[in-house]
Design a protein around this ligand. Structure first.
Ligand SMILES: *Cc1c(COP(=O)(O)O)cnc(C)c1O
Length: 415
């Protein structure tokens, strides 16, 4: 190693600080395909444990679906393993164009461009379409990848309080002198599981002559009657100027993202977005799998319907059992524990009961709002959910927090 011990010490000390602050992230190793039941080793060196998975973004249960796996195998056979090129040189196959067309139809837009990930889509899109004459007005809880993408863009940055339409309206009024105003939001917010008020946002955008940007990563494939996303749920299909989303969650869960929307904006990304121009796109094997995923989600709503039923059962069961959840309708169901240590103890006890879920606390969520975020999947069958519910209530009883108010829980454990 070239660098001396003094430099090594800088990093060792910082890592020690992260450990002492109790926010050191340790990964649990899965020894199985991603599914509703998985084999996990945690902590390192301990025995493998078979658990029910309550924390994957595998909303439609397609991550290990045999039809998707077979389509990926076939894609590997007919289109090879790698592209060894970016799109605009010699990295575009027929199946990439096919996937872009399918996404355009599914999302109800004019055109779509693939990116290596949604992180890259968000990293490239703002800089490609906005200049210093423009303003970006973002919800204060947008995803980290949007925050980074905005940083790379020269347009002015402003924010509005989470889902506060009055505040958004004020900001739109304030920025009437700008060339372009872009309202930026997640469709479904991943920590609380609430949905953006896209109908009201579109109305304001029309009133104040603005563009609407929605990142629908936690919605594409299952929110809305036919799973098209938050815009379908809010009845504004065709009115969102830019949708970004990921193939890494409900839509097969492998990797990849896209920008979908107005044809000229998509073309601007093809010409100018740096993560598109300077990084390889999605590998053929993943594209072939994603094409199959799009066929599945456009031909039947069976999976999103099952997910909806699972979500109803889960939300009702937790509430009636006496736990406090964030109200809502999405398959993201946060079980509120308020105290950071309680969230960690609760998750550990769940794991002992064979239920895999993760406790989140500051700085991932605001102080005093520690929680266990549970996520439903169409891959869950009733027996999974019944067992998981039993475990949540058993552990809840152990900590004596069932049928207690928020204040009573905080009085017992602090926040
Ligand atoms: C997960 C997520 C992303 C990142 O998606 P990748 O394709 O994994 O990069 C971006 N935005 C939101 C809102 C997400 O939830």
């Amino acid at each position: 190693m070239a660098y001396p011990d003094e430099i090594r010490k800088i990093y060792k000390d910082e890592l020690e600080g992260i450990r002492e602050a109790g926010i050191f992230k340790v990964e649990r190793i899965i020894h199985a395909p991603q599914d509703s039941e998985i084999d996990v080793v945690f902590p390192a060196g301990s025995d493998q444990k078979h658990v029910i998975n309550m924390c994957a973004n595998n909303y439609l249960g397609l991550s290990s679906h045999p039809d998707v796996v077979n389509a990926a195998h076939a894609g590997l056979d007919v289109r090879g393993y790698g592209m060894s090129s970016v799109r605009f040189i010699c990295g575009t196959q027929d199946i990439h164009k096919e996937l872009e067309d399918k996404l355009t139809k599914f999302l109800g837009t004019e055109d779509t461009i693939l990116f290596p990930s949604c992180m890259d889509a968000n990293g490239g899109v703002f800089e490609a379409v906005l200049t210093e004459e423009d303003v970006m007005i973002a919800d204060r809880l947008v995803h980290a990848s949007i925050v980074d993408g905005m940083r790379l863009c020269k347009a002015m940055t402003d924010t509005y309080k989470h889902s506060d339409m009055k505040h958004l309206e004020k900001k739109l009024q304030l920025h009437q002198d700008k060339r372009v105003r872009m309202v930026i939001t997640d469709g479904s917010f991943s920590m609380d599981g609430d949905l953006a008020k896209l109908d009201e946002i579109v109305e304001l955008a029309e009133k104040y002559n603005a563009m609407v940007f929605v990142d629908d990563s936690h919605a594409s494939g299952f929110i809305g009657k036919t799973g098209r996303g938050t815009h379908e749920h809010c009845n504004v299909v065709g009115k969102i100027d830019i949708i970004t989303t990921t193939l890494g969650k409900a839509l097969g869960g492998a990797s990849g993202g896209c920008v979908s929307g107005r044809a000229e904006l998509v073309e601007m990304c093809r010409q100018k977005a740096r993560p598109y121009l300077f990084s390889n796109t999605i590998a053929p094997v993943v594209v072939a799998g994603a094409n199959k995923v799009l066929d599945i989600v456009t031909s039947t709503t069976e999976r999103r319907d099952k997910l909806e039923k699972n979500t109803e059962f889960w939300r009702k069961g937790l509430t009636e059992g006496g736990l406090i959840i964030k109200e809502g309708e999405t398959p993201i169901v946060p079980v509120m524990l308020f105290n950071a240590k309680l969230s960690q103890d609760f998750a550990r006890d769940l794991y002992d009961e064979g239920i895999y879920a993760i406790g989140f606390f500051f700085p991932v969520v605001p102080k005093g709002q520690a929680r266990i975020r549970t996520q439903l999947s169409a891959a869950h069958d009733m027996h999974h959910l019944e067992k998981a519910l039993g475990a949540f209530l058993k552990v809840g009883k152990k900590y004596d927090i069932l049928h207690k108010t928020k204040q009573e829980v905080i009085d017992m454990y602090g926040s």
